[in-house]
Design a protein around this ligand. Sequence first.
Ligand SMILES: Cc1ncc(C[n+]2csc(CCOP(=O)(O)OP(=O)(O)O)c2C)c(N)n1
Ligand SMILES: [Mg+2]
Length: 361
Amino acid sequence: MTASLLNDYNPLTDEMVQVLSPEGEVVRPELMPNWSNEQIKEAYATMVFLRMADTKISKLQRQGRCGTYASIEGQEACQIGSGLMLDKKDWVFPAFRELGISYVHGMPLDTFLVYWMGNEWGSNHSACVAPPSIPVGSHMLHAAGYAWAMKMQKKSHITISYFGDGATSEGDFYEALNFAGVFKIPTILFCQNNQWAISIPRSRQTAAKTLAQKAIAAGIPGIQVDGMDLFAVAAVTKFAVERARNGEGATLIEAVAYRFGNHTTSDEAKKYRDPAEIEQWRPRDPMIRLQKYLEKKGLWTAAWEEELQAAAEPKIAEAVEKAENHPVQTPAEIFDYMFETLPPALVEQKTYLQSFYPEAH
Ligand SMILES: Cc1ncc(C[n+]2csc(CCOP(=O)(O)OP(=O)(O)O)c2C)c(N)n1
Ligand SMILES: [Mg+2]
């Protein structure tokens, strides 16, 4: 039912898909995910946890306890709504702003922190989440290649890459999109259009009316969705997941959201962005919206919110402590994971490097 409704979506003419209005009203009940009240409350609790964790990580950077960090504030519905529709064996290819999807897809918070504290051991975990791609846009190709391999091996799992509005101007994006169309691979290109690419606004990124319409030239469906609406993101992702799993190929999703914070902890958005813009977007905040929905149904109270926050705080503190006590990688380890047998020239270099760090081995 959901699939057929979205099959007819035309990114050139149709409005972006919305299920929950900013006032917390369900405007397209036919697209509501099939979740119990408990599951919806659980999704809200995850949002509360992640927003608190996100704030904490930025503070850790300020205290010199974490590296540069890119906040997900405003993009929680994009990442939780889509993540909940995936199978844990599907492969996620994240960019650098992906606390939400990494966590929802099974990466423990402490492991996530280990990576952002500058320790490659944070990439050593069992969740199907690839290491973050810092080069903008490069990983849609990784996701495409992995999906092609899945298809050739007749596996049922799919891949999904997460990237920004800025990444859609990269050549790699078009290559991945084209490849996805030609080879009909099981991948989802999930664009989080948060309106900014550092200091470049969406209006200067492209003259295209939507980013979703970029799918048309590749011959795959492109759907624009309200990325601050948990239910709409879930519905659209479900559609894309089903298509991919049924052998119908790839989908481009443009989730329209907003980056409430700075680009990263190394940025000061006040220098290029009018703070009034933030206030214009605040009423669409994915958490406020879901809270309104739950409150109308008698499922949210201020006391419950306090409980959620009280439960999240020690969990976050524990993850931080665990991450800070994780063994650090040694410099010579950079040689260890590419080759099964290290070529002689690299053995020489490794030995040379180790002479500077005799205590490390
Ligand atoms: C290939 C490449 N070019 C430039 C950069 C510097 N850079 C880092 S993030 C960024 C903007 C990305 O914007 P967007 O794709 O919208 O993602 P967002 O940061 O908004 O999540 C740029 C230009 C980079 N990391 N890689
Ligand atoms: Mg952006």
